[in-house]
Design a protein around this ligand. Structure first.
Ligand code: KG4
Ligand code: ZN
Length: 334
């Protein structure tokens, strides 16, 4: 049939992103403007500041992404945008821009779930085979999602408190790294010969839920006690202990879900999929168990719009379009 070209917009947090994706797999253009430098001064993402920054760059980026794609607005099949979850003010900027583009070009709108986007990031480089399990790990999310077929999402586990990335960033801050600290913790964890043993939160034996706030508190206690004794904080040993605890629980629960649901593939996605400790542990474990593991390249792990284009394509194929009076939904259900 006719090729499908989707113009996709993502502004749920601190990256303004616009992309044009062909047939849900071929990325024709992929622009990302990160606000990390702006938010660094505050030690985290400030919602109001995020919205303003999105407003400053979105129009220009829409234009750039179309130019770089080599296709004309006439050729577009649809305009997709992240509807939620995320920061409501940030989401609104992308939604207004996408609606305007859809109206101006006379194209249908496709509201997309941010996590569906992270999961479908895998489709940009691999073929997803169902049933599959997605382990979504980012600054805002920690979820195990079962997909029995395309476009079907069943949340089988989620964090009951902090998201993994959030816990990484808080621990990083406590041991003195700038925001976002996840990559720093990852690095020093690898360099350290020493390890501080920390607890693992398994929760109920059959639960696929996660909890990281206890672990985070344990880290803060170790740091405080060390300081009270007048000793130097062993950042590497703490980072390594924290990472080992996080990785062990994530890997164990993901593998158990793979077995229980007889899934054919394990999809790792979200910003924390960049974590070397997690990637290595999952790769080794999957190899041993004969499980096929999909991991998107780094640029598709962190927030981007190409993943939204890939997720929207699945909806486009089913003719699932979204009304132009659609609203941002910060707590959107998958
Ligand atoms: O998916 P993402 O870009 O944004 C959200 O949707 O949240 O994820 C960002 C998160 C941050 O918390 C960051 O610290 C974490 O991913 N992160 C890492 C690593 N790289 C990024 N955490 C641990 N190890 C890493 N290498
Ligand atoms: Zn994300």
């Amino acid at each position: 049939g006719e090729p499908c070209y989707i113009l996709a917009v993502e502004t749920s947090c601190d990256e303004t992103a616009v992309s044009v994706v062909k047939n849900g797999t071929e990325v024709l253009s992929n622009l990302i403007s990160s606000q990390i430098e702006t938010h660094k001064a505050f030690g985290g993402v400030v919602p109001e500041v995020a919205s303003r920054k999105h407003v400053e760059s979105i129009t220009y980026m829409l234009d750039e992404a179309m130019q770089a794609s080599g296709i004309t607005p006439r050729e577009l099949s649809a305009v997709a945008v992240t509807q939620g979850p995320g920061l409501v003010g940030a989401l609104l900027v992308g939604i207004v821009a996408a609606k305007s583009a859809a109206m101006a070009f006379g194209k249908p709108l496709i509201g997309t779930h941010h996590i569906a986007g992270h999961i479908y990031a895998n489709q940009l480089e691999h073929d997803i085979v169902y049933p599959c399990i997605a382990l979504v790990v980012s600054g805002g999310h920690t979820e195990l999602v079962l997909m029995e077929s395309e476009g079907q999402f069943q949340l089988i586990g989620r964090t009951r408190d902090d998201a993994v990335g959030e816990a990484y960033d808080k621990v990083a801050r406590a041991i003195g790294f700038p925001y976002p600290g996840g990559p720093h913790v990852d690095r020093v964890a690898h360099e350290s010969e020493e390890v501080v043993t920390l607890p693992r939160a398994w929760l109920e034996p059959d639960s696929y839920d996660f909890s990281f706030s206890g672990l985070k508190s344990a880290v803060l206690n170790v740091i405080n006690q060390t300081k009270m004794r007048g000793e130097t904080v062993q950042a590497g040993a703490i980072a390594r202990g924290f990472q080992e605890s996080v990785v062990e629980v994530l890997v164990e629960k993901a593998i158990r879900a793979m077995r229980e649901y007889r899934a054919k593939q394990l999809l790792l996605c979200g910003g924390v999929a960049a974590n070397q400790g997690l990637r290595t542990a999952l790769r080794e474990r999957c190899e041993r168990e004969g499980i096929e593991l999909l991991v998107p390249s780094m640029k598709y792990c962190t927030d981007n719009a190409a993943m939204i284009g890939a997720a929207a394509y699945a909806k486009w194929k089913r003719g699932e379009f979204t009304s132009l009076d659609m609203k941002a939904d910060p707590g959107l259900y998958l």
